[in-house]
Design a protein around this ligand. Structure first.
Ligand SMILES: [Zn+2]
Ligand SMILES: [Zn+2]
Length: 349
């Protein structure tokens, strides 16, 4: 087994590896395989388990905490403290575009930056819980400037935050000009709450089908291959996508063209889409903080980056299980994937 990075002492490495060995094992290539299988909450099982489901909704980790609630809070903060007022969206000026772009860039910079800083800049936990033992590549020609992080950051801000911002401005422009109908919280409080707490579910469904669509060979070759250059992803890989993919990915917010909405719905939906890829692409299973570590739910999507044709969804709805594309990280699931790919017409992805 290769020694972890030298950012922690040998003694600490020994102790930390002991901890890692409680959670998983390393193969002959030093790749980390968690013992814990990718799974789904007890809410989508048969026969139904209402008590377990309810407990999961309210527990940590659960439906709300930590991630979903965090994105809702950041969305609320973004709308009430960082965004222009709704009236300002009625006339889109260069100044408004700049403010919205700067606001969304700031969110991405801080949030993605936290994961990058901890895992890759400070290397606070060395390679403990890192799936792939290698660090981001700085010599691969397939990346812009042969540098994975630089490539990822360019796509993130140059295309990702730009398209996110343009979609936000366009939808709120239509709303501010009364082309789309808006609601007030006091007028429809139940509808308001229902829509806020189901944004996560809507994003799961939208992401699954968009993701399957971009694995269709022509779309893959046109756009999605950029994201899949990252077979050893880091946080910045999360939004490293082609503009076509960014548009499809952030199009989850276009649902509000069809329903009355509150501007917060748009902001939270886009914030959720914009920020949630950071932990999902961290490249580590767990975040170590002091003597504790917690699961950051990245295993399912790491397997997608490693094996391509599995785990298209990355959330709580068991869509991959329902559509036969689920991989739980076990050797049995790996055999099933191989079998499934053999049965399908051979295609290069
Ligand atoms: Zn990905
Ligand atoms: Zn993919």
């Amino acid at each position: 087994m290769t020694k972890p990075a030298k950012t922690i002492s040998d003694k600490e490495v020994d102790a930390a590896y002991l901890v890692e060995s409680n959670f998983g094992t390393r193969d002959e290539r030093d790749h980390y395989h968690p013992y814990k299988r990718v799974g789904y909450p007890p809410i989508f099982v048969w026969p139904v388990q209402p008590l377990k489901g309810l407990k999961w909704i309210l527990s940590i980790p659960g439906y709300f905490l930590p991630w979903n609630f965090l994105y809702i809070l950041i969305g609320i903060f973004s709308w009430y403290y960082l965004s222009p007022s709704l009236e300002d969206y009625s006339q889109i000026t260069v100044g408004h575009i700049f403010i919205c772009f700067a606001k969304n860039s700031l969110l991405v910079l801080v949030y993605f930056g936290i994961f990058h800083f901890h895992f890759y800049f400070k290397k606070n936990q060395g390679r403990i819980f890192k799936f792939n033992p290698k660090w981001p590549n700085k010599t691969e020609k397939r990346f812009l400037f042969s540098n994975q992080n630089m490539d990822n950051i360019i796509w993130t801000f140059g295309s990702g935050v730009t398209i996110w911002t343009l979609l936000e401005l366009s939808i709120l422009y239509l709303a501010a000009n009364d082309v789309l109908s808006l609601i007030k919280v006091n007028d429809r409080p139940i509808y308001f709450l229902f829509m806020i707490i189901t944004i996560h579910l809507w994003r799961d469904i939208h992401f699954y089908f968009v993701h399957r669509a971009i694995h269709w060979a022509p779309l893959y070759r046109h756009a999605h291959y950029i994201h899949h250059k990252n077979n050893n992803p880091g946080p910045w890989s999360g939004l490293a996508m082609h503009p076509t993919e960014h548009f499809l990915y952030f199009s989850c917010a276009l649902i509000y063209l069809f329903f009355p909405f509150h501007p917060l719905f748009v902001i939270i939906t886009l914030t959720h889409a914009g920020l949630s890829p950071a932990p999902g692409h961290a490249g580590f299973e767990r975040f170590v903080s002091g003597k504790k570590s917690f699961d950051i739910d990245s295993h399912a999507h790491y397997l997608h980056h490693k094996y391509f044709e599995c785990n298209y969804a990355d959330g709580i709805l068991p869509l991959d299980r329902w559509f036969g594309t689920f991989h739980d990280g076990s050797p049995q699931a790996q055999d099933q994937l191989r079998k499934r790919l053999k049965e399908q017409s051979p295609k290069k992805v």
